[in-house]
Write a protein that binds this ligand. Structure first.
Ligand code: TYM
Length: 336
């Protein structure tokens, strides 16, 4: 017999911090998948400004970058009518659920987070409690929306694991409350490396401007950065051990062109790294040009952006409030 009951499409949630203009690492590791999933899933995407203040931010810069990050989400092709796109601090349920989940997270498990260890070293003068509970806020972001899938780069995998542990623990005590989310990590592009030190992840906060390519870099700048990318002395385009620079360029090229590593090796057989680097840069430029053009247009219309953000926040509030109400009942808070 045919079942005519409309089924909710699986839900996707992800977020990005507005700490700088995103890099091609953010784009290839996460944002591109956000867009790809937006056709088939019920998607909720946030600009994670609450997470951003775990590191000291200049208020005016944070405001500007939050609006830019929001404009960028619209510029990668996400339709604000079909997806819920919002700014995390506009929706109060995130902080509220994070506090409750803090009480269901062990000090020991939060201490094991490698990103906390890395960031505490990098910002040794400001190892604040928010930096420590950062993954719990991330768990709240995800669990509030009963997300099935979370498209992220490889560096966020451990945070997804702790989210699952917290959700399972809560469900174990109070009965089924949260959907247990799964990470969606692409096969290529999940860990784009620095162009200057290819054993390190490409990061928005890298002080060396040649190390990372921003989504909004001009074609000229992109070409220059790829031309000066660190490689090796073998002069053979092949994927292999000890070839971190070339492996990274091959992954970026593969993401932008859809070609397999084998196809790329054949394409550049007998050619030097110079040719290869130019081709990688051209592929990246082609991928990013429409995003940059749309962004330059959108960012000038603040009224439109703020209207979209307000609509997104209303929808996000409505969806997440349902989960928060359920959690508050379950833990035993007296209802108003
Ligand atoms: P953030 O802002 O550091 O990065 C946004 C997304 O980009 C991915 N990414 C990368 N992927 C491949 N190669 C790289 N070099 C690279 N650098 C970054 C990240 O894995 C991420 O998917 N904590 C999160 C934001 C967040 C979140 C959430 C994510 C807050 N709440 C809930 C998912 C679900 C973060 O700082 O991402």
């Amino acid at each position: 017999m045919e079942n005519n009951t409309p089924q909710r499409r699986p839900r996707v949630l992800s977020a990005i911090q507005p700490t700088a203009i995103p890099t091609i690492g953010n784009y290839l590791g996460a944002l591109r998948n956000w867009k790809a999933m937006s056709d088939d899933y019920d998607c909720v995407y946030a600009v994670a400004d609450l997470h951003a203040i775990t590191v000291r931010q200049d208020p005016a810069t944070l405001r500007r970058q939050t609006l830019e990050a929001f404009a960028l989400l619209l510029s990668i092709g996400l339709d604000p009518e079909k997806n819920v796109i919002f700014i995390q601090s506009h929706v109060n349920t995130h902080s509220q659920l994070a506090w409750i989940l803090d009480c269901y997270t062990q000090f020991g498990e939060a201490s094991r987070m490698t990103q906390f260890k890395d960031k505490s070293q990098k910002h040794a003068d400001n190892v604040n409690v928010g930096l420590f509970t950062y993954p719990v806020l991330m768990a709240a972001d995800i669990l509030l929306y009963q997300a099935n899938f979370v498209p992220i780069g490889a560096d966020q995998k451990q945070h997804l694991e702790i989210t699952r542990d917290i959700a399972e623990r809560f469900n174990g005590i109070y009965g089924n409350t949260f959907t247990i989310p799964e990470a969606f990590i692409g096969k290529v592009g999940a860990r784009v490396m620095s162009l200057q030190n290819p054993t390190q992840k490409m990061s928005k906060s890298d002080p060396n401007p040649k190390a990372s390519v921003s989504i909004l870099d001009t074609p000229d700048a992109i070409m220059k950065k790829f031309k000066s990318a660190v490689t090796d002395s073998e002069a053979v385009v092949r994927y292999g051990e000890g070839k971190d620079g070339i492996n990274n360029l091959m992954s970026i090229y593969s993401c932008c062109t859809g070609k397999s590593f084998e196809e790329i090796e054949n394409e550049f057989a007998g050619k030097g790294y110079g040719d290869f680097k130019v081709s990688v840069a051209e592929a990246v430029i082609e991928e990013l040009t429409p995003v940059r053009e749309r962004f330059n247009e959108r960012i000038t219309d603040k009224a439109y952006l703020m209207e979209c953000a307000a609509k997104g926040a209303d929808m996000a509030q409505r969806i997440s409030q349902r989960t928060l109400d359920k959690v508050m009942r379950k833990v035993g808070f007296l209802q108003k």
